[in-house]
Design a protein around this ligand. Structure first.
Ligand code: GLN
Length: 293
């Protein structure tokens, strides 16, 4: 007879020897998944017993994790900015670092009074999330800014299918639409806010990343020789489409602050360009905002 606490302990030992950074937490989550119980259930039910089916399910889950599959793919979801999003191998796993971008973009809209329509101008705020993947950035913005209209775009139809599931899950309705296309090439009119977490890992570095990162779609990671190929194109396309009072927030790698900031300045010489750190103090977001008068 296997009790819940024994199952957690044994699973965590196996995950630890497979190199997990958080083996106990992961074991607890996998036991809850195998038993189809809510989070933190394990804490109150350490003495409960697992039947043979549950043990078999747990075994399968632990094996997948030992084999390097990201936990978010095994669970089919990940939390981002306080909400749960569906994820699977068609999209990048949402990272906590990316919440920094949401915080900064929302702070900008509040600072300049962009939360609803502008004074004397009753159209909704227009936001584009370029390279949306699972949709986390654009959907979070839409939910935080109820008067905004958001377009989620991606060149990958597979990723857009996941973004669509998340739109349904979060009930964003017609305020959020999806477009398949390359960067901003599909766009005609002006936009107030561009947010993007494009692939930015230098091609040669991808094979040196942790094995679980290599399970993620390569097209969501590979940013070319210096990692900035896509941002180079985005910053070249954006000036023709960004409203004069608009702003851009993009996620970058920690070593790319100077180079990516320089690219942004080159294409937006009249704007303010700032590089912001994430919670661990690493360069993470480039912001292009209008210069204050
Ligand atoms: N933050 C991811 C990583 O370092 C990269 C995400 C991206 O390329 N946009 O694995």
């Amino acid at each position: 007879m296997t009790r819940v606490h024994d199952a957690v302990r044994r699973s965590s030992e196996r995950l630890a020897s497979a190199g997990s950074d958080a083996p106990v937490l992961e074991a607890r989550i996998l036991v809850e998944k195998a038993l189809d119980r809510p989070r933190v259930w394990v804490y109150q039910h350490g003495e409960a017993t697992l039947d043979r089916d549950q043990l078999r399910r747990l075994e399968g889950l632990v094996e997948r994790r030992q084999d390097g599959e990201p936990l978010a793919y095994i669970l089919g979801s990940r939390e981002f900015y306080g909400r749960t999003f569906q994820v699977d191998p068609r999209v990048l796993v949402p990272r906590q670092d990316t919440e920094t971008l949401v915080v900064l973009a929302l702070a900008f809209t509040r600072e300049v009074g962009m939360v609803c329509s502008r004074p004397g101008d009753d159209r909704p705020l227009r936001i584009v999330d370029v390279g949306t993947g699972s949709g986390i950035l654009g959907i979070s913005m839409a939910l935080e800014l109820p008067a905004a209209r958001v377009v989620l775009s991606d060149r990958s139809p597979e990723a857009l299918a996941v973004a669509r599931l998340n739109c349904q899950q979060h009930g964003v309705g017609r305020r959020v639409s999806l477009v398949q296309g390359d960067l901003l090439s599909w766009m005609a009119g002006p936009v107030d806010l561009i947010v993007a977490n494009l692939p930015y890992v230098p091609s040669q570095e991808i094979d040196r990343l942790q094995p679980e990162v290599r399970r993620e779609p390569r097209v969501a990671l590979d940013g070319g020789p210096d990692g900035l190929d896509l941002y180079r194109r985005l910053f070249a396309e954006a000036p023709a489409l960004l409203d004069a009072r608009g702003a851009i927030f993009v996620e970058i790698g920690e070593a790319q602050g100077v180079a990516a900031g320089g690219l942004a300045r080159e294409h937006f010489p009249g704007s303010r360009v700032a590089v912001h750190p994430d919670l661990e103090g690493r360069d993470r977001v480039v912001a292009v905002t209008p210069r204050r008068e």
